[in-house]
Ligand binder design. Structure first.
Ligand SMILES: Cc1cc2nc3c(=O)[nH]c(=O)nc-3n(C[C@H](O)[C@H](O)[C@H](O)COP(=O)(O)OP(=O)(O)OC[C@H]3O[C@@H](n4cnc5c(N)ncnc54)[C@H](O)[C@@H]3O)c2cc1C
Ligand code: FES
Ligand code: FES
Length: 489
């Protein structure tokens, strides 16, 4: 079935019909001839295909367009309804921008293949708001690879750009105007970036729901997992895009619980004040997950539904005792399942074929917990974990050592599914923290796993890592106890 789409491309209104499963990158290059957007890895890893995506913010009261950098190789064309795509050609419409000039002047572009993506990533960071400094712009490039120039020249360009934009206004409209005035965005394009075109279809019902259920239906979040594994269009598949259903967007408190809609992205999760209040310290682990462009599209529901044993968000959510609301795709019936009971085997979950995840629910939104997360991978950034683990707990401070309450430990990469570490969690419950407790909890955590060897690590390496990283949780959460002095004496 073909979906009607209406969106803007570099300020121009586009209306077309799309059968689903084609990605934006192919359409830009083949149909529109916009070859400035490059095809590198086609797996979300290199950033050569980055474009700016303008979309309505999850919070309807935020009242502005949100601009994020996205990998067009993993973005379904069918998901563009009511949105705005800006490519490198749009940014360069009036000639080189200050970002482009800085890259040129610092010799930061040799073959130039990575350069459009780098310009888009920096421009997106300038648009996003928040304070602009060298480290912030460098962090915005964590999803961009350069295979020939070397990163020193790119860092020099970033150092050159940052001071010129340190004074950008906070307000979105004023910032957009300032960027247009300083030549970062052509003024005519900036004018069209203030709002969004009306969508062709306000997808209340999914295409599949309009008729009899299709033989191959697929609920899709950001597509950051799906399109890596399915790079070619699949005209037979009918896609249900969760982010086109307003009720699945956002993170809200409902009846004392925190409901994370199926469309909530990893970026939204870490930015959410409600999440930060409940899961204290969690924002510091955002950099451990993917890159800015993948976090801007990847959803928590997709991270769970994909059922990868090393899914990072799933490890954190297991430690936060999350529950899932599953809903029939073609009916209204819902049921709740604890996340720890959701994984039945390798890539096998408790969701029936006709069900999707509607929301992820964190209980007791009013009871803050401290959170720790550790990830062992071959690269410090933008890599799949060999092992990951998370811990969440409440801490009762008294006269003596702090006492642990509501302890939840999880681990990934050490079994066919993400694991909730029941024995280690139960053992720690209600106990005062000291070196002996840390040793025993870490031992029980490792004992609760069933790791196998593969290219990322042997079974014994993985098991040892769970033990060591569990100890690391305690060192992170209780620095004042100086546990390392006794543990490593
Ligand atoms: C370069 C790169 C780096 C990455 N780095 C990390 C990382 O560091 N850590 C990490 O954990 N992951 C990482 N990922 C994997 C991926 O980005 C995440 O797992 C992300 O959360 C997937 O979400 P999505 O919305 O994009 O899933 P999608 O690709 O949209 O969907 C994935 C699967 O889940 C199903 N699905 C999606 N939503 C629902 C729903 N609501 N109900 C039922 N089924 C659904 C889909 O049908 C599909 O089978 C990375 C991916 C890339 C490309
Ligand atoms: S082509 Fe490499 S991230 Fe898209
Ligand atoms: S300049 Fe060649 S890949 Fe970066």
């Amino acid at each position: 079935m073909h979906m009607s789409l209406r969106f803007r491309l570099n300020g121009r209104l586009i209306e077309l019909k799309e059968s689903g499963g084609a990605v934006l990158l192919d359409w830009l290059r083949r149909e529109e001839g916009l070859t400035g957007t490059k095809e590198g890895c086609r797996e979300g890893d290199c950033g050569a295909c980055l474009v700016l995506l303008g979309e309505a913010p999850a919070d309807p009261h935020a009242g502005k367009v949100e601009w994020v950098p996205v990998t067009s190789c993993l973005l379904a064309l069918g998901d563009l309804d009511g949105r705005h795509v800006v490519t490198i050609e749009g940014l360069a419409a009036d000639g080189p921008t200050p970002v482009m000039r800085a890259l040129h002047d610092q010799n930061a572009s040799q073959c130039g293949f990575c350069s459009p993506g780098i310009v888009v990533a920096i421009t997106a960071r300038l648009l996003e708001g928040g304070s602009i400094h060298e480290a912030a712009l460098a962090a915005a490039l964590e999803g961009n690879l350069c295979r020939c120039t070397g990163y020193a020249a790119i860092r020099r360009a970033v150092a050159k750009i940052a001071p010129d934009f340190a004074d950008l206004p906070k307000d979105f409209s004023e910032r957009l105007a300032a960027l247009a005035e300083r030549g970062v965005i052509p003024p005519a394009l900036a004018e069209s970036m203030k709002d969004l075109p009306p969508a062709a279809s306000h997808q209340k019902a999914t295409p599949a729901a309009e008729g009899s259920p299709a033989s191959d239906e697929r609920t899709l979040g950001g597509g950051t997992d799906w399109f890596v594994r399915h790079p070619d269009p699949e005209p037979e598949t009918e896609f249900e895009f969760v982010d086109r259903q307003r009720k699945l967007r956002g993170i809200h408190k409902v009846d004392g619980r925190l409901e994370i809609g199926a469309a909530a992205t990893i970026r939204e999760f870490f930015a959410s004040r409600a999440v930060r209040a409940l899961a204290q310290g969690i924002e510091s682990f955002e950099v451990d997950v993917a890159s800015p462009s993948i976090r801007a599209r990847g959803t928590l529901a997709g991270n769970i539904a994909n059922a990868s044993p090393v899914a990072d968000m799933t490890a954190m959510l297991l430690a936060l005792d999350a529950r899932l609301r599953l809903k029939e795709r073609h009916g209204e019936a819902t049921r709740e399942v604890a996340l720890r009971d959701f994984f039945l085997g390798y890539k096998k979950t408790a969701a029936r074929d006709d069900e999707r995840i509607d929301a992820i629910i964190l209980p007791d939104a009013a009871v803050p917990r401290r959170v720790a997360f550790e990830k062992a991978a071959k690269r410090a950034r933008l890599d799949i974990a060999a092992v990951n683990t998370a811990m969440a707990c409440r801490i009762e401070e008294g006269e003596g050592a702090p006492v642990l309450r509501d302890v939840r430990l999880s681990a990934g990469g050490v079994g066919p599914t993400p694991l909730f570490l029941a024995a280690a969690s139960a053992f720690a419950e209600g106990k005062a923290v000291d070196a002996a407790l840390v040793r025993e909890v870490s031992r029980l955590a490792a004992a609760g796993t069933s790791a196998m060897s593969d290219a990322r690590g042997s079974a014994s390496y993985r098991t040892t890592m769970v033990e060591r990283l569990t100890t690391a949780h305690f060192l992170r959460l209780f620095p004042e106890l100086k546990l390392e002095e006794e543990l490593f004496a």
